[in-house]
Structures are given as C-alpha cells and as structure tokens.
Design a protein around this ligand. Sequence first.
Ligand code: NAD
Ligand code: ZN
Ligand code: ZN
Length: 349
Amino acid sequence: MSTALPKKFTAAVVDEFKKPLNVRELDLPTPGDHQVLVKLLASGVCHTDLHAAEGDWPVQPTPPFVPGHEGVGEVVALGSGDLAGVELGDIVGNAWLWSSCGNCEFCRTGRETLCMDSVYGGYVENGSFGEYMLVDARYAPRLPKDVDPVEAAPILCAGVTVYKALKQSEVKPGQWVAISGIGGLGHIAVQYAVAMGMRVAAIDVADDKLELAKRYGAEVLINAKTEDDPEGALKEQTDGGVHGLVVTAVHPAAFEQAIGMSRRGGTIVFVGLPPNDFPANIFNIVFNSLTIRGSLVGTRQDMAEAIDFYVQGKVKPNVKEAKLEDINKIFERMHAGGIDGRISLNYQK
Ligand code: NAD
Ligand code: ZN
Ligand code: ZN
C-alpha cells in the first residue's frame, strides 16, 4: 500500500440502531484478496441506508457499521489476486451487491443478486459514508474517468434497481407503466421508463414529487393522499389500468393500492421495502390474472447497462449536494418524505 495514505479516516458510523450516526475516525482498511481501496468522491443516500440505521428488516447488520452503497471514488491501493483489470486511478463504485459467491445455482444462472452468500455494501461490508471504502474489484461498478461523481452516484443503487424493475415489469414500448413513489428511486424510474419507450403514470402523496415526475415526462399524475379514488382515477386516465407497476413507495398502503391499479393481466413489481405487511385481495389477483413479483437491485450486467443510459445522457438524477456531517439531518428529512430526488454527499470539498 502507498505510504501517502493516512492510517485513519472519517466515516459516519451506526454504533446503535435508531440513534444518530457518529461521524468519527476508523482505521484505514487494507485491501485483501480481490479487493481495492477506494478514496471516495461522492455517495448517494438511499432510503435503504435509513432502514439499515433503524434496524428495520428481519436480517440486520451488526453495529458498528458504515452505511452507503452509492459510492463513487478513485482506486488508491490494490489488493491481491484477480482484480478483474481494475487499476490505480480507475473510477469505481460500490453497490448493494458488493459480492456474491460466483458458484451457486443463482450465480451460475444470471441471478447473482439472489446468491445466499452475497455480501451487501453498507450493510454487511462497510459502505460509502466515509472518506475511504473497500470494494471487491470483480463486482465494483466501473465509471468513466470524466464522470460527475456527485450526479452519477445515485445510478449505482436507485438507477440500477429501477432499471431492472422496469425490465421485470414486462411493459413494452407504447404501453403504460405506473411508478408508485417518486422519491430517489422513483424520479429516476420515470426517466428510465420514458427512455425505454413506456408511457408513464406517477403516483405519490406529495404534489412537488409529482411535479418532478411531470418534468421527466410522466403523462398522468395521481396524488394518492388527496385524490378521492386513486385507483379509479388512474384506470380512467390510462384507458383501463396500467400494464405494469413499479412500487418504490415507503408505505405498505401503496402496495395494496398497486393491485387495484393494474390492468387485467398486468405485472406489479415490488421494490420498496417498508417493514410490515399489507392485505391482498385474492379474488382480484386471480380473476385479473396479475403477476406480483419482488425485484432486488440488479446484476453486474444490469448495472453496466444502467450506467450506459446515464453516460448517454438519457437519465439525469436530480441531486442536491450535502456533507458527510449532515447525515443525521438528511435522514430526518428522508423520514418525513422531504427530499426531492436524491441527496449526494460530496467529499471533494
Ligand atoms: P425515498 O424516501 O427517496 O422515496 C420514497 C417515496 O415514497 C417518497 O417520494 C414518498 O413521498 C413516497 N411515498 C410515501 N408513501 C407513499 C404512498 N402511500 N404512496 C405513494 N408514494 C408514497 O426512498 P428511496 O431511496 O427512493 O427508496 C424507496 C424504497 O425502496 C425504500 O424502502 C428502499 O429501502 C427501497 N429500495 C429497494 C431496493 C431493491 O433492490 N428492492 C433498492 C433500493 C431501495
Ligand atoms: Zn452464489
Ligand atoms: Zn439503495
């Protein structure tokens, strides 16, 4: 490892669930087999990081840990073994799919996100809420050297996740897709859907989010809070309901509602991960022959394609910059649904 590197670095650490993160020093890790050390330039803040810090899910990370899985930075030290061609000075990122085993049924059949031995970035492995991070070079997303790291960061989770989910919705060009939840994921989903030739309906509980969706090409806007009959309104304005839905909302009510908004034979892709359940009407699902599926981030190939859309200028995250020290305030705003688009931590100043 280069002698120019510090022994310690600053990161935002979850020391205890549901408590403010502590911005404090950690020992600089040394890259091991297949790993490289990355000096971060930026990191997006995903709602999953908030779920992680709150301990929301049945499978929890073990504090202390550093969240963040939309990090972009420069490779500053190389580990050993196969580094998949990654070199010093390359611009790479971390991702939720930090690594997988490469050998199981899922890895061998192009479904590596389902690998039982996959490691999650910013959850199992320390993430990008800090000045440095380790990545597995075989799984780290590659970005062009001239990329704007602050703007590109949200592509690494929000972007790839909704791009994959839209593919899973099986909506064809010219057909209707609804995006429920126009937050960090949803505002990028609208842009991918338009770029993929779909007609877009946007659903949220806040008018400013819907305005953002309209700016990106959504033709139908439904406020699920103020509209008397959101399901009826959507069906009327899309001539019988949407062919597919991608639900990124952070409230279980949106999941139940999605079932009533689908066209007969439609596909509903669940992406949002609020804790708890929702009631589902069996008759509606069977008689309307609905497909309901979950979708978890994307494979390395999905990631490369999602980045390509960004590099070609077809999607552009709406990003507000912040500093690492602001992380607890950002989480408070996120909890209250007060963020339009994505917040990206800028480590370059
Ligand atoms: P966000 O906080 O930026 O956005 C959430 C949006 O949901 C907000 O715009 C909010 O107004 C909206 N919303 C809340 N209640 C609603 C309702 N009843 N109907 C419609 N919209 C409603 O969050 P984000 O970063 O976009 O993440 C969204 C969810 O997706 C989180 O639960 C996150 O953990 C999950 N996620 C899943 C994957 C995956 O691979 N499946 C990947 C990334 C994030
Ligand atoms: Zn595997
Ligand atoms: Zn995420």
